[in-house]
Structures are given as C-alpha cells and as structure tokens.
Design a protein around this ligand. Structure first.
Ligand SMILES: O=C(O)[C@H]1O[C@H](OP(=O)(O)OP(=O)(O)OC[C@H]2O[C@@H](n3ccc(=O)[nH]c3=O)[C@H](O)[C@@H]2O)[C@H](O)[C@@H](O)[C@@H]1O
Length: 311
C-alpha cells in the first residue's frame, strides 16, 4: 500500500506499479490520520529538496511532526514495525567529520532550513518516545544525499539541476564557491540499506545510510560536465542560508549491524542517472504507459510548478 499526496512527485513515478496485484495506491496526506491493517510502515513522507521544503516551511514541519505522530499511531494500533526516514540534515552544519550517529549536530533553530532539520529531529524524538511510552517497534535511518533514476527532473537538488543544465547546454549553477562537500548515495544502495534495517533485529538505529566518499560541489559539476560531454560553463551564485559546509557519513554501524555498504560509486551512479535524464521525462512516462497498456493521468501541472520552484 502506497500513500502519497503528490506534492513533490507525479503519478508517473508509480505508473509501472499500477495494476500490480500486490500494489495499492491511496492518495493521502499523512498530516491526517490513516487507518489500515499492515505489518510494516516506511514513513518516508516529507518534501526533501531544500527548494520544496522551504516553499511552505510550516507545512514541512507539520509533515514531520503530525505526519510522524499519525504514522507512529498507526504502527501502535496495529503493532506494526515502523521505519522513520531521518536525514543527514539532523546534523545541521556539522563541526565534526565524518558524522557518526553519536554526534548531536549543530543546527540553527530559526533559519530557513530549520523547518526540515528541526522537523526531522522531532520526528526522531517522537519515534524514540513512542518506543519508550508505547513499545512501538521502531527503526530510524539517517539518509544522506540520495540520487538516481526516478528523480523528478525539476527536483531542485544539485544532481538533477547539474545534469539537466549540462544536457541542455545551460550554465551550471554552483551556489557559493563550490568548496562545500556532499557524499552522494545511489538510490539502489539507499533502498537496500533501508530494507536491511527494517528486516533485522540487531539495532533500532539511528543508522547512517550513505556513501562515505565525499566530493566538493565543484568536483560534482566537473564530473557531470565530463560524463555528459557538455559545453556548459560553470557560474557561481550566492550560497543559500545555512547551507552545510561539509557532509560525510561514518557508516561503521551500518557495516557492522546491517552488513551493508554502498556498492555504486558516484561515477557509475551518475552515468546511470544521466542516461535516465536523457530520455525526455514525458517520453519515459509514455513508454511506461505503452509497456503496461494502460493510461495513467500525468500530473503535468506539478511538473510546471516544480520548474517554477526550481528557478
Ligand atoms: O540528502 C540529504 O542528506 C539531505 O540534504 C539535502 O540538502 P542538500 O545537501 O543541501 O541538497 P542539495 O539541494 O542537493 O544541495 C547540495 C549542495 O549543492 C549546492 N547546489 C544545489 C543546487 C544547485 O543548483 N547548485 C548548487 O551548488 C547546494 O547549495 C548544496 O551546497 C536535502 O535537504 C535533503 O534531500 C536531505 O535530507
């Protein structure tokens, strides 16, 4: 069963699953309670791109707070195991590197990113309080900068922005001087890590799920220009408020307890992602529709809103 309100996604993302006998889609916003029978809940709900989550920051906080309360309540009622998707952003602008799960973070409570960072921190607190108060069977994953095929072209995050700019021959927009670092995790590795965390008994978390290989944003831009063979030029724009200077996971816990580590490194992952973006978005959707012989409504207005938000 999949719940989504399509705030940052489109129907095309699940088009190939529609009609599958073991897949059920329900349009729902997790800030409202939800009732069903289930064994496991993955609470992944929340806009994750800074452009999206800052667009309606109060709603972003509501998703992390009310949404987590509603999903924890569901897990409590039906005695389901629940995995809460947390984020590297709970470490804020970290003063230690790499970031291990013991680090409490360095977060601005009143900045433009606080709705997401503090919202996700409260979501972790709620998960552990539901465990302590109601014995809910929780798992908490801290996900680091995931990218890959399936991303919305106008997601607004750095990987999709740079690839689209490179493919269209537009300027590559580096915010700041490009010396800030990120550690990019390929989507298949992230999904594998989340499923392993859900399906084991050794730890409830929090567990960092990310690739410890760290790159500057400028290195990322140069790699994407090289892999696409683009003639795009790099331009430098102002750095957004509270943008973290460095981010790199310590994954000792995931290695030891989940026997997990990333398999796909950045160059390979980017190559697959570039290939995905080379097929025009609408064509990808149409191909999927042709493949399963069904017609699915494409929420085109969403694409245009995303483009406006990202610009
Ligand atoms: O994935 C994570 O661990 C978390 O961090 C991300 O935040 P951020 O790392 O800032 O994500 P991006 O928007 O992709 O930015 C990465 C870096 O690239 C820079 N950037 C972004 C976009 C762009 O066009 N140019 C550019 O230089 C940003 O300023 C930032 O320094 C997102 O908030 C979440 O997806 C997530 O929870």
């Amino acid at each position: 069963m999949c719940l989504d309100n399509f705030f940052t996604s489109t129907r095309s993302g699940i088009a190939d699953l529609m009609g599958h006998p073991r897949f059920e889609f329900i349009r729902h916003d997790v800030t409202e309670p939800f009732y069903c029978e289930c064994d496991m809940v993955y609470n992944m709900a929340c806009p994750a791109s800074p452009v999206h989550y800052q667009w309606n920051p109060i709603k972003t906080t509501k998703v992390s707070v009310l949404g987590t309360i509603n999903m924890m309540g569901l897990a409590k009622r039906v005695k389901a195991r629940i995995l809460q998707a947390s984020t590297s952003e709970i470490y804020g602008d970290p003063e230690v590197t790499p970031q291990s799960e013991e680090y409490w973070g360095h977060v601005n409570t009143i900045g433009v990113r606080s709705c997401y960072d503090e919202g996700k921190r409260v979501a972790e607190t709620l998960a552990f309080d539901y465990l302590r108060s109601n014995n809910v069977d929780i798992r908490v994953a801290r996900i680091f900068n995931t990218y890959g095929p399936g991303m919305h072209p106008y997601d607004g995050r750095v990987v999709s922005n740079f690839i689209l700019q490179a493919l269209h021959g537009e300027d590559i927009t580096i915010y700041g001087d490009g010396s800030q670092t990120r550690s990019f995790g390929y989507v298949d590795d992230t999904v594998d890590g989340l499923i392993r965390l859900m399906n084991q008994e050794a730890t409830i978390g929090p567990v960092n799920i990310g690739n410890p290989n760290e790159f500057t944003v400028k290195e990322l831009a140069e790699m994407i220009i090289e892999l696409t063979g683009s003639k795009s030029k790099i331009v430098f724009l102002p750095l957004p408020g509270d943008d973290p200077k460095q981010r790199r996971p310590n994954i000792t816990r995931a290695k030891a307890l989940l026997e997990w580590e990333p398999k796909v490194q950045l160059r390979e992952g980017l190559t697959k992602t570039i290939h995905y973006f080379k097929v025009p978005f609408s064509e990808t959707v149409l191909n999927r529709q042709r493949a399963d012989g069904k017609h699915h409504t494409i929420d085109r207005s969403c694409m245009f809103i995303m483009r406006a938000l990202a610009s």
